[in-house]
Design a protein around this ligand. Sequence first.
Ligand SMILES: [Zn+2]
Length: 272
Amino acid sequence: MREELMVEALCWETQSKVHVFYAAENRRLSYFCPDEHCLTRVYPKTIINTYFYAESGHKTGCLNEAGSHHSDPAQTGRPRPKPSALPPPPIPNWLGMPPRPQRRMPPSEEQLIALARTAKTAPPLYPATMSQIVDAWLMIPDTERKTHALGINTRQLNYQSAFTYIRYLQNDITTLDCDNHIIYGDATVSRGKKYYFVSSIKRFSFQNTNLPLRFDLPIEHPFARKMADYIGRQVLLFWRGPVPAINAKKTAYQMFQPDDTGLSGLIMRPSP
Ligand SMILES: [Zn+2]
């Protein structure tokens, strides 16, 4: 019996265990209780928090049965407290949404049991935005990063292999693989007349010189308010998107904020 809200379930279409955060964004897929003696159909439901809910209840004895479904004969008249706490969220393990699977025929009980067994030890699929993933990366100690899976696009990487520290790369800009990876490096922020300039310390060769990666943020932009705090401090820039191209004045490799800033673009954090 659970004391917290149910946040993990089997997803038939993705053939994996998923976090309710994924299910809430993909309500048309089918979800089942992962207890192999139960396997009841469950649905994401939001009241205050979002959790998995079994419309007709779980089978008796299911590990995911909510505490309030049982009255304790020894304590009649004193209802058990309803479990309402959310367990702490897992470390995100996918940037954005993984590719949407094809619809399949509804599963047989045997197929669900097999899925419950294979999914038992795997962490639930828990997608997140780039900024949530950068924050998770900052929290995980260096030595543990490779033990935490992280998918980007269709590739299964981990918190070490998905991030590339640009400092030790060659100076050849064409070798940057910043679509399939999040690149990061030390940077400084300066203020011009109309823009804040975020410039990487690392430089990449161009003709006979070496130029930084640079991001120009208009001073009146809503995100620019934070920039003043970064001036004169060492910061970390994280970038995912197209390989920066030389600008018109040939003074930097320019980064442009993409339309979808949830999954790509520039993220800045103070250097740890
Ligand atoms: Zn159940």
